[in-house]
Design a protein around this ligand. Structure first.
Ligand code: ADP
Ligand code: MG
Length: 680
């Protein structure tokens, strides 16, 4: 058998079982053997029958003496039989498994795990697990416990693993270059896969796990790095000229660019004017003015005769960008075209025609801009806003539109460097580390729900002064229907309480047009209080909104809360962020305190990472982290850093992985990148 063979080739895997395994993404023997144990049970210490004690779980090996007997007591059955080793005899017992009466063969040896008990007037051993001692039995051992597969027992899974290892174990090519294995003291691949399932010793388990974790990080990181070197050297970028246009544009802005914005613009100018293809990430806290930078870059590209496209994660954001771009670009004679899923067929047709003819210079939209049927006339720059909602794949799709446009990715999530590398290792990074002048500090407070009356009064007072407020409703995870209901209920409640305010809501189930109408009315100040889930978390810009009230704040990621807070404090008025939470745990309190204490996105994100780990770092709904089979980004951070260093070293030495000894790992990287060729 081969690693790529279907699991159905294993004995005992019929159609039914195969389906169940497929559901978990297990199709081949390789998939099966990389379904790693979740935990282990130590069955390595065996006891003799005469030494069995009453406390805790124990295991012993004994021979079956005869068939069992089953007794019925009401709803229960008790099946008992006698077993024996060289030190004595013992009765063993199964609850509600009458088939055990004849499941064991008389005279054969078995390993029993369970507890010795003294109930029903006798001492006997209640069995939780048993297995036959076959040819391969080498004493008691540490046994794997797998993430459960519906309808397949642990014992069955263990058997399949053993069988698969027997069939194909030892046959995997070692694709990690030897020098990397040596420098990082990594165990061999086949050894590791075998030992991760059935570790012989604790040490071999640690060695195996370290190797597999390292490998997983290494492939992830190395693939991105090699994509980067391929993009840098393999792709020629359009050469942008007329640098004066950039200065021209700066003069047309109603404000002076900050030094940080200028610095980033310079970096982009260098990328795009040299014939190199730009692949750049702009990281900048909420409100740092990323849009202005994107606008300047677009203006320049358009002046060079190309089109520019901006992809936003939501319709509302696309609309907002459309308004701010067209406000400026229209007056400069450059047409901005909007392209979203919510448009009517006719609107879409008109828009598509303009994109194709080149009449539309600046194209703004949602995913619609990368869909089939969108033909660009001459695309020179592709920008994605709030990147963490799009994966590497979508980034790629936008790249492939047109003939390899320059790409720019903008994110407000300040990600610690180690994480940024595994998310954006294929990109160059620019950081806008300065806010435009005159921003006021946003007063942040964390309160319990006892404060509701006071908070409502606070909102009413500000509305009477002409200001507006956002209210973020409790988020109900994984259930959109309930969530909509909760927004509607809460809105109704607020409408009754805030008698002087026009309170309206937006939620995920609304039609794009409806949502847009509400957002427009809010932007115009007709709606005073906007209730929503997290629909508005990214990008929305309404300077007159000065209060951000967040219910059940403990349920959000800190990075997300920080983003939400960034919706206020955009105008000249003093702004407030109120975090309501009744959570009592120490961590929950520390987290909210981090937000009260700091306005620096980086500080906050580091804190969040420390307190909760990366799984939740981005908030439950928007993690862009790749799925990992064995590694845990937080616990295995030291290994991640080693793997990153190694990947960096590999690509510095052999940027295109041309050396013979790097072919194996090159193929692994290509597989990871979905078959994308890394040939220049
Ligand atoms: P973000 O980085 O969150 O996308 P935006 O680009 O939306 O931030 O900018 C936030 C606000 O700051 C906008 O109203 C924008 O017009 C304004 N702004 C951007 N750059 C500057 C600047 N250099 N000086 C003053 N205001 C600026
Ligand atoms: Mg923005």
């Amino acid at each position: 058998m081969e690693w790529k063979d279907p699991v159905s080739r294993l004995k005992g895997v019929g159609e039914q079982r195969e389906k169940k395994l497929n559901k978990l993404g297990i199709f081949t023997l390789e998939d099966l053997l990389t379904h790693y144990p979740r935990e282990y049970k130590d069955r390595s210490k065996l006891t003799k029958i005469s030494e069995l004690e009453m406390d805790g779980e124990s295991s012993f090996i004994a021979r079956c003496k005869g068939n069992g007997e089953t007794m019925r007591h009401g709803r229960f059955t008790f099946t008992r039989l006698r077993v024996q080793d060289e030190t004595g005899e013992m009765g063993v017992l199964w609850y509600n498994q009458p088939y055990m009466k004849t499941a064991l063969k008389i005279g054969e040896w078995y390993l029993f795990t369970g507890k010795l008990q003294n109930k029903y007037g006798r001492k006997e051993f209640s069995v939780s697990e048993w297995e036959r001692i076959g040819e391969h039995f080498a004493g008691g051992r540490i046994i794997p416990v797998y993430p459960s597969v519906d309808g397949i027992s642990q014992k069955m899974l263990r058997g399949l693993m053993e069988d698969a290892l027997e069939q194909v174990g030892g046959g995997l090519a070692e694709d990690m270059p030897l020098w990397i294995r040596q420098e990082n003291q990594l165990a061999e691949r086949n050894f590791s896969i075998e030992q991760i399932h059935f570790p012989k010793t604790e040490q071999s388990f640690y060695d195996a796990r370290r190797r597999l974790v390292f490998e997983e990080f290494f492939v992830l990181q190395g693939a991105l790095f090699s994509l980067k070197s391929y993009l840098e050297h393999g792709n020629k970028g359009f050469v942008m000229k007329k640098k004066k246009a950039l200065i021209e544009f700066e003069n047309k802005l109603p404000f002076q660019l900050t030094n940080a914005q200028k610095k980033v613009l310079k970096e982009m100018e260098r990328d795009m004017s040299t014939g190199k293809k730009m692949n750049r990430l702009i990281q900048g806290d909420v409100g740092s003015g990323k849009t202005a930078v994107a606008m300047a870059a677009s203006y320049w590209v358009i002046q060079n005769g190309y089109q520019s496209v901006l992809m936003a994660p939501t319709e509302v954001l696309a609309q907002q960008h459309y308004h701010s771009f067209s406000a400026l670009f229209d007056s400069l004679g450059m047409e901005t075209v909007l392209l979203t899923g919510g448009q009517s067929a006719k609107e879409k047709r008109t828009a598509l025609a303009k994109v194709a003819s080149g009449e539309g210079k600046m194209i703004i939209g949602t995913h619609a801009v990368i869909q089939k049927g969108v033909e660009y006339h001459k695309l020179g720059l592709a920008i994605t806003d709030e990147q963490h909602r799009f994966g590497v794949r979508q980034r790629g799709a936008l790249n492939q539109k047109g003939e390899d446009p320059h790409t720019l990715v903008m994110t407000a999530t300040p990600i610690p460097r180690t994480l940024a590398l595994i998310l954006y290792g294929d990109l160059d990074v620019s950081i806008i580390d300065e806010l435009p002048p005159g921003r006021q500090k946003i007063d942040t407070m964390a309160v319990s729900s006892d404060y509701h009356e006071r908070i409502y009064n606070f909102i009413e007072k500000h509305v009477q002064d002409g200001r507006q407020a956002y209210v973020i409703c409790p988020m109900i995870e994984e259930n959109e229907k309930l969530e909509v209901q909760s927004v509607l209920n809460y809105t109704e409640e607020l409408q009754q309480k805030l008698t002087h305010c026009n309170v309206q809501c937006v939620h995920g189930k609304m039609k794009a047009k409806e949502k847009q109408e509400i957002m427009d009315a809010f932007a115009k100040g007709e709606i005073h209080v906007l209730v929503s889930t997290t629909v508005i978390e990214v990008g929305i810009n309404v300077p007159n909104a000065v209060i951000m009230l967040i219910e059940n704040a403990e349920r959000f990621g800190l990075a997300q809360l920080h983003q939400l807070r960034g919706r206020v404090g955009r105008g000249s008025e003093k702004s407030y962020c109120v975090l309501v939470s009744d959570a009592k745990t120490k961590i929950a309190k520390q987290r909210l305190k981090a937000l009260v204490d700091s306005e620096d996105g980086f500080v906050i994100s580091e804190m969040d990472l420390k307190l909760r780990g990366p799984g939740e770092f981005f908030g439950t709904r928007q993690h862009g982290l790749p799925e990992l089979k064995i590694a845990n980004i937080y616990q295995d951070m030291p290994i991640l850093i080693e793997a990153q260093k190694a990947a960096d070293k590999l690509l510095k030495q052999d940027p295109f992985l041309n050396l013979e000894l790097h072919q194996g790992i090159k193929n692994r990287f290509a597989q990871f990148l979905d078959g994308k060729s890394l040939e220049i």
